[in-house]
Design a protein around this ligand. Structure first.
Ligand code: ADP
Ligand code: CDP
Length: 227
């Protein structure tokens, strides 16, 4: 694998704060960002749109390799995600799509199909990569590896507030149950299970603020001599 620049990996379970913290760290450094979960979510949407079968792993792999995705800057400075010509930025974020993505993510051929695409995000001046297997499988040579976690109850509470702010109605107890179910599936799948990479800095954010987490990661980046 040719690394086009330094890489910081931030792995962990759903709702731990990976996306939020990755964006803040990438902004501070002026580096690129990879939201690998979005790729699994995009694949889930594409599979639904095409009415494809779950059973046909080889076809899923081909779809993963050739997924037609564009990231477009909006006039407000945000990023719109376009799948096969359709804007799916909002549709991507539902719990339903997340759960389907997690089922697809357990299929080895799907993971293989997305591997090259994910590695292509590694560009100068550097990359902050957010996911489940960024430090273990996709970027094993990353200079800084973080495993960000929090209790399932705290993560469900955060997700609950996030979805409520978007106007989605969800049941908190149901959310705790699906988060635990997703944790279980992500941690116990035979390929690329959710485990801290060797040498990863493990941060439990249950009682930390977002700024507190970012500060810990920035200290690690300084320690590694990246800035
Ligand atoms: N340390 C924290 N304390 C409180 N809320 C947090 C913290 N980290 C993230 N959040 C909030 O939790 C929600 C989920 O965070 P997100 O970054 O989407 O998690 P992930 O990418 O790990 O699924 C967001 O609304 C975010 O603002
Ligand atoms: N690198 C990754 C990223 C996501 N995923 C899967 O994709 C699903 C959706 O990822 P996500 O990061 O968008 O989900 P949240 O953590 O935001 O809920 C996860 O539940 C994982 O099963 C994965 O297996 N490997």
């Amino acid at each position: 694998m040719i690394n086009q620049g330094p890489v910081i990996t931030i792995d962990g379970p759903s709702g731990a704060g990976k996306g939020t913290v990755s964006q803040l760290v990438a902004d501070k450094l002026g580096w690129h960002i990879l939201d690998s979960g979005a790729l699994y979510r995009l694949l889930a949407l594409a599979v639904t749109h095409h009415g494809m079968s779950f059973e046909d792993a080889e076809t899923l792999k081909v779809l993963a390799e050739h997924l037609d995705i564009q990231f477009e800057q909006t006039p407000e400075g945000k990023i719109d995600i376009i799948l096969e010509g359709e804007t799916v930025t909002q549709a991507l974020r539902t719990e339903e799509v997340g759960n389907f993505a997690s089922k697809l993510a357990a299929i080895p051929e799907v993971r293989e199909g997305l591997l090259v695409r994910q590695r292509a995000f590694s560009q100068m001046p550097g990359l902050v990569a957010d996911g489940r297997d960024m430090g273990t499988v996709v970027f094993p040579a990353a200079q800084v590896k973080v495993f960000l976690t929090a209790s399932a109850e705290e993560r469900a509470q955060r997700r609950f507030q996030q979805l409520q702010q978007k106007g989605d109605t969800v049941d908190l107890e149901e959310l705790v149950a699906t988060i635990k179910e997703r944790d279980e599936r992500d941690a116990n799948r035979p390929v690329a299970p959710l485990v801290p990479a060797a040498g990863a800095l493990v941060i439990d954010s249950t009682d930390l603020t977002i700024e507190g987490v970012v500060d810990e990661i920035m200290s690690e980046i300084v320690k590694a001599g990246l800035i």
